[in-house]
Design a protein around this ligand. Structure first.
Ligand code: AHR
Length: 502
């Protein structure tokens, strides 16, 4: 297999958006309880935060974390989650058929996020609640004091405002599964008026309108159009959500998932820009891709042995393989390729629930295979995103059509001169020889080169798990050369590689 890539420092997509490498903590399954929070665990600190998980989250370095849902938020009364713990009610969570104890809430999340060093992206409930409750919450979090809800925060022990900048106007309101699901018109009016009222309290907030829950939604396209016609002046972003899985043995389509993500992004950009043109607006609406991942959604959601209405049941604790890690790498590449318009990204979710990390109650924590590409791109994509001029072998995928064998994205850090390539080889059997034209960068050496693939005694289904938590991880890639401005990299079959030159 062969691919040829040409890069030039003058041809850029734009700067790497800081918020592109976010994640998501939902009150769902064991993401919060026995995920990030487990009082009584040997590694818990005095606030109940699991420090083993905290340490791994710091290593991953999510730049923004969306909270508290997800489908959960559409039935959530935020007031239940603040104030003295002993007085917080246990509530039914209709979205995930479980019991929410509210022992971890707004203030605890804010403290945890500060410990991690990440920004909070807060979602308001536009399913069962509306404008006034969203405004009350914003007054509680962002208003200095001297009013009912800001004084309530102070009475709860948090003197300074939490100063949350990023707000989602509901979650997946186009989905019939959503508690309080709405038509595009119903949602558009509610989101516009809620956003407008919130801005009257804090004009500095940034607002995300719900887009489509997937590109396959029957309302995809018309939903974005209707919502943005109504909300264009009020919001800054429209959201995209996408989950991919290998189904019916069609690994070729699964590996081409980023082809679908590329198209999804480009179609939403086109729709937003069409509304811009029709409305003669000046600003551009960007995309907040605030839920994306591999999710084996067609498998049952719950552990069938779990009782209904449990606290923190085991829900969608997918165990990720080598193949899944390669696909996650290509999804990160897709976000990077569109970094001029996708300026927020949240991988879903952080721990246990389709998690980057896994943790066991009273047990260990470990990084899933998919954590590795996330961590690498988060830390190594620096400076400017480069346009990648690519040619080479391709294949036809059943679901998404034409796909390149080698999926690529690249960045250039003008400060250090480092060029970083993110490369996936989608061929299951054969290595791929990639030639990279780097003239113009003055690169003289290979700084680092790693690859993640099935090693000895492993195959593409190999996972990291409690028994073997580090089975799959990036290892040194030897087959890299740089001569006279041209690099040659040989990628192992079905692999995710990161190579840096300077
Ligand atoms: O991330 C899991 C769920 O997927 C979220 O709650 C919801 O928004 C989406 O459907």
């Amino acid at each position: 297999r062969n691919a040829h890539l040409t890069l030039d420092p003058a041809f850029t997509v734009g700067p790497v958006p800081h918020r592109l490498f976010g994640s998501f903590v939902e009150h769902m399954g064991r993401c919060v309880y026995t995920g990030i929070y487990e009082p009584g665990h040997a590694a818990a600190d005095d606030r109940g935060f699991r420090t083993d998980v905290l340490q791994m989250v710091r290593e991953l370095g999510p730049t923004v974390v969306r909270y508290p849902g997800g489908n959960f938020v559409s039935g959530f009364d935020w007031e239940d989650s603040v104030g003295p713990r002993a007085e917080r009610p246990r509530r039914i969570d209709r979205a995930w058929r479980s019991v929410e104890t509210n022992q971890f809430g707004l203030a605890e999340f804010d403290e945890w996020a500060r410990e991690v060093g990440t920004e909070t992206m807060m979602a308001v409930n536009l399913g069962t609640r509306g404008l006034q409750d969203a405004c009350n919450l914003l007054e509680y979090t962002n208003h200095a004091g001297g009013t009912k809800y800001s004084d309530l925060r102070i009475a709860h022990g948090t003197k300074d405002p939490l100063d949350i900048k990023l707000w989602c106007l509901g979650n997946e309101m186009d989905g019939p599964w959503q508690v309080g699901h709405k038509t595009a018109h119903e949602y558009a009016r509610l989101a516009a008026e809620t956003g407008r009222a919130m801005r009257l309290i804090d004009p500095d907030i940034e607002l995300v309108a719900c887009g489509s829950s997937s590109r396959a939604m029957p309302t995809f396209g018309s939903w974005e159009s209707t919502v943005l016609e109504e909300c264009y002046d009020v919001v800054d972003y429209v959201s995209c959500h996408a989950y991919y899985e290998e189904s019916e043995g069609d690994v070729g389509s699964f590996l081409a998932s980023a082809v679908d993500m590329d198209a999804f992004i480009e179609e939403v950009v086109a729709t937003a820009d069409a509304v811009r043109a029709r409305g003669k607006h000046r600003k551009r609406i960007n995309i907040s891709f605030d839920e994306w991942n591999v999710w084996y959604i067609s498998r049952p959601h719950h552990d069938p042995s779990a009782k209904p209405w449990d606290v923190a049941p085991r829900v969608i604790e997918d165990e990720y393989s080598v193949t899944d890690a390669v696909v996650v790498g290509t999804l990160l590449n897709s976000l990077l390729r569109h970094g001029d318009r996708v300026t927020i990204g949240c991988q879903a979710q952080l721990v246990n629930v389709i998690g980057l990390l896994r943790s066991e109650p009273d047990g260990p924590a470990w990084k899933q295979t998919i954590a590795h590409p996330f961590e690498q791109v988060r830390h190594l994509a620096k400076g400017e995103i480069l346009q990648v001029q690519a040619s080479g072998d391709r294949y036809e995928s059943a679901k998404y059509g034409d796909a390149e064998i080698v999926d690529a994205a690249a960045t250039h850090d003008p400060e250090t001169g480092t060029v970083t390539l993110f490369l996936a080889n989608r061929d299951l059997e054969q290595p791929a020889r990639v030639e990279v034209g780097l003239r113009g960068f003055g690169a003289e050496r290979v700084v680092s080169a790693t690859t993640l693939h099935a090693g000895e005694d492993q195959d593409r289904h190999t996972t990291n798990n409690q028994a073997n938590p580090t089975a799959v991880q990036p290892r040194p890639l030897a087959d890299v050369e740089l001569t006279g401005g041209t690099a040659t990299v040989v990628l192992p079959p079905l692999s995710w590689s990161v190579v840096q030159f300077a």
